[in-house]
Design a protein around this ligand. Structure first.
Ligand code: ADP
Ligand code: TRP
Length: 319
């Protein structure tokens, strides 16, 4: 089974991304054939600064490698290193009804947020379909917001198959309902759009400041507190063992245990998990040659997977 996912290099990755998406991908790489690419073409729909795009692309690669992506088990590549996706996107475009794209929520949402109405933004789902179909992916792990794009992908695969013969597999979205929504420092869902994130590799001082600043109610230290639903406790659950979580819950319920204490424990638990990742990231960052080698090797493996599909496609469309 081939699993494929794309990550847009836009903004620093945060705790929500790690527990909501990255961690399950690292688990999947033990089971199937795992493809992960950095969607730098897609990022150009909203980012128009070459240096920033290059930097963000490298950051995503470093973050994934530091946190557990194993290049021996997973194929990690830059989208732009497989330029055939652009070619396939054109073939799919020629079969894409305008109305299908006009109905896409993410396009409407971008318009509502004042983005320019460009062709790139409008055609975004077609390029995404090409990313997926070119690799013959079976399963595509995505967030709920991408569900419609997977429906478009299946729709376009079907249209292509109807026109030219059975070439594409219809991929399934994989949207794990079991993944908890990670709360941000203000208690809402952690998201870069809400400015409530804690970055995976922010400077330790900045992480401390954010953790100590997590919004709580105004109960005094002495008062007993219900831990469930409390952001500090919900975040601690992600980092700590069941036993540690149990201890924090009884401390809260017993009283004489303040939010400040819990925040310090959360910070310590973050460091236990992330300090080794940070060390690994620093080592990789000092060795840009190895990073480039990993990405080039990934690109070669990805292009090899795409080649037989493209051969069939070109022949089917009459080229
Ligand atoms: P953001 O909301 O910061 O823009 P993205 O939409 O780029 O994040 O999310 C990338 C991936 O990380 C998606 O799979 C999404 O489901 C996951 N993710 C992001 N934030 C959270 C969160 N707070 N809780 C759980 N998963 C999250
Ligand atoms: N649109 C996805 C997002 O914003 C990123 C993406 C691009 C993607 N191409 C993909 C995800 C192909 C899965 C498969 O999160």
């Amino acid at each position: 089974m081939r699993v494929l996912t794309g990550i847009q290099p836009s903004g620093k990755l945060h705790w929500g991304n790690y527990f909501g998406a990255m961690k399950s991908m690292f688990d999947l790489q033990e089971k199937g054939e795992n493809f992960m690419f950095i969607a730098n073409y897609h990022a150009m729909t909203t980012l128009r600064d070459g240096a920033a795009l290059r930097e963000a692309t490298k950051d995503v690669a470093l973050d994934y490698l530091a946190c557990g992506l194993d290049p021996a088990k997973s194929v990690m590549y830059r989208q732009s290193d497989v330029p055939e996706v652009q070619e396939l996107a054109w073939y799919l475009s020629c079969l894409t009804p305008m109305g299908l794209l006009e109905r896409c929520h993410s396009y409407k949402d971008k318009m509502a947020h004042g983005f320019d109405a460009t062709h790139g933004l409008f055609a975004y789902p077609v390029l995404m379909a090409a990313d997926i179909l070119i690799m013959n992916a079976d399963l595509v792990p995505v967030g709920k917001d991408q569900k419609q794009h997977l429906e478009v992908t299946r729709d376009l695969a079907q249209k292509f198959n109807n026109a030219y013969g059975e070439i594409f597999k219809l991929p399934d979205a994989y949207i794990p309902e079991t993944v908890a929504t990670v709360p941000g420092t203000d208690g809402q869902k952690m998201s870069k759009s809400y400015h409530n994130t804690i970055g995976l590799f922010e400077a330790p001082g900045a992480v401390k400041k954010k953790v100590m600043g997590i919004v709580t109610d105004s109960k005094t230290m002495e008062e007993p507190k219900e831990p469930e639903g409390n952001s500090i406790y919900e975040l601690y659950k992600l980092f700590a063992s069941a036993e540690e979580v149990g201890t924090m819950a009884s401390n809260f319920r017993a009283g004489n245990y303040g939010y400040g204490h819990a925040k310090k424990e959360l910070l310590a638990a973050y460091h236990r998990l992330f300090d080794p990742f940070r060390e690994k990231r620093e080592a990789l960052e000092k060795d840009p040659g190895s990073l480039e080698d990993i990405l080039r090797d990934g690109a070669a493996r990805a292009r090899a997977a795409a080649a037989p599909v493209m051969e069939k496609v070109r022949s089917a469309v009459g080229l």
